[in-house]
Design a protein around this ligand. Structure first.
Ligand code: PMP
Length: 457
């Protein structure tokens, strides 16, 4: 931001008047989002924009939820903060842990709180390595992850992730991370049978384990549906194979539910849809619908038993682990999801409606594929219909161009490489889903000349 110019607007001591938001937007070069209601956000120029991205894959219950505001205010008055460090806790933190254990089910009966998804994945990394040390297998330090995965922005998170553009700088990835193929059939297995493709990419995981030496591998980490990786819905049988491979070599399975948790895929957690049982489950975003920062890691009883039988202490924690105000909001958020049946709504109503509506884009000459699961979906843009050829070679730039056109037309989406990605609030209405699809269709047509002008890198 240009500070002298901002001073002129007198934003140092109070927010600028409504009339100044447009000016602030111009100076800062960032769209200023001023307010929101339901599934609609409003920007500094007064534009109403349908939020096809739920903030940043966060705002599952939608905007303007008075109940969440009240839950925060009441908890702030009662007890604004206390730590969970030295054998202390607060009522909402304990109640939230119990609630999460209920939703996670099975052996996932313990919870470690953090403030962000990145912190949750850092916690996973330390906890897993600590676990293996206590088990007498300290060599088990290697994590296997997938290319184009996103697991956060800390040193550990960015390393666990497989985003090539995050790696060349600062010595990343840190040692001990192995990246294998993402199960991205449209890109990597276009002409392959789905089952065969799933088996091939899963086999790559086993091959890598053998190469690294199973005695050195600590865990496999992945999202059941990769979000920031481009909404990658795995081929049939993939996750069952991954789980079997982890079991075969005694490797822990970590399913990152930061995006897929809390109803996004039509189950409380995405692993439940795919019928696998992880050992650790990092979660964030939809946990509080983004109203306050909070994250958690669901941990299996087997792991906790090893910790307890060890020296009984995991020397790890953040000041804001289990923040009572954020926990109170998360509890209320879960109550809303339960009361309004939003998980069932995604599974039986909004998800299928979204999938049907997306099919209307299949005939567009620029669309190579549409795919969705629950309320997350993507449209693949191709240079030549019927192929997976891109306008700029393999890692293209078509997505951001169409995204910008969509925003201009009143829809917030993401453009990830050559796809347009959607992740709307779980309360999105049928009419809004129709509008989302109409705007994408219209934007594809409008953006076509710019796409055709793209050159291969
Ligand atoms: N894991 C996944 C799957 C994510 O999508 C994200 C954030 N987009 C993170 C972890 C990191 O979460 P945060 O930004 O809260 O640190």
């Amino acid at each position: 931001y240009n500070i002298p110019e901002l001073r002129r607007l007198d934003v140092e001591h109070h927010l600028p008047a409504q009339a100044n938001y447009a000016e602030l937007q111009r100076i800062g070069g960032s769209r200023i989002i001023t307010r929101a209601e339901g599934s609609t956000i409003y920007d500094g120029e007064g534009n109403a924009i349908l939020d096809g991205m739920a903030g940043l894959w966060c705002v599952n219950v939608g905007y303007g939820r008075e109940e969440l505001v009240r839950a925060a205010a009441e908890q702030m008055q009662e007890l604004p903060f206390y730590n969970t460090f030295f054998k202390t806790a607060t009522p909402p933190t304990v109640m939230l842990a119990a609630k999460l254990a209920e939703k996670l089910g099975g052996k996932l009966q313990h919870v470690f709180f953090n403030a962000s998804g990145s912190e949750a994945n850092d916690t996973v990394m330390r906890l897993v390595r600590y676990y293996w040390s206590l088990k007498g297998e300290p060599k088990r330090t290697v994590f296997i992850s997938r290319r184009n995965a996103y697991h956060g922005s800390t040193m550990a998170g960015a390393s666990l992730g497989g985003m090539a553009h995050m790696h060349p700088i600062g010595g990343l990835p840190i040692p001990g991370i192995e990246h294998v193929a993402q199960p991205y059939k449209f890109n990597e297995g276009f002409n392959e049978d789905e089952e065969a493709f799933g088996a091939r990419v899963a086999q790559e995981i086993e091959d890598r384990i053998i190469k690294v030496g199973p005695e050195n591998v600590a865990a496999f980490i992945g999202e059941v549906v990769q979000g920031a990786g481009g909404v990658i819905i795995p081929p049939k049988g993939y996750w069952k194979r991954v789980e079997a491979i982890c079991e075969k070599y005694g490797i822990l399975l970590v399913v990152d539910e930061v995006i897929t948790g809390f109803g996004r895929l039509g189950e409380w957690f995405g692993f439940q849809h795919f019928g696998v049982t992880p050992d650790l489950v990092p979660m964030a975003k939809g946990l509080s619908s983004g109203y306050l920062p909070i994250s958690a890691v669901g941990v299996s009883s087997d792991i906790v038993k090893v910790l307890r039988d060890g020296n009984g202490e995991f020397a790890h924690g953040y000041t804001y682990s289990g923040h009572p105000v954020a926990a109170a909001v998360a509890l209320k958020n879960i109550e809303i999801i339960e009361r309004e049946g939003l998980v069932e709504r995604v599974k039986n109503d909004a998800g299928p409606y979204f999938a049907e509506a997306l099919k209307r884009l299949e005939g567009d000459p620029l669309v190579g594929e549409v795919r969705s699961l629950g309320l997350i979906g993507a449209v693949e843009i191709v240079a030549k219909k019927g192929t997976n050829e891109r306008f700029t070679g393999k890692e293209g730039k078509a997505g951001p161009i169409v995204r910008d056109t969509c925003i201009k037309n009143g829809l917030m989406v993401r453009g990830i490489r050559d796809s347009v990605v959607m992740c709307p609030p779980l309360i999105i209405t049928h009419a809004e889903i129709d509008r989302m699809i109409d705007i994408i269709g219209r934007s594809l047509r409008e953006a076509e000349p710019a796409l055709r002008a793209l050159k291969a890198d």
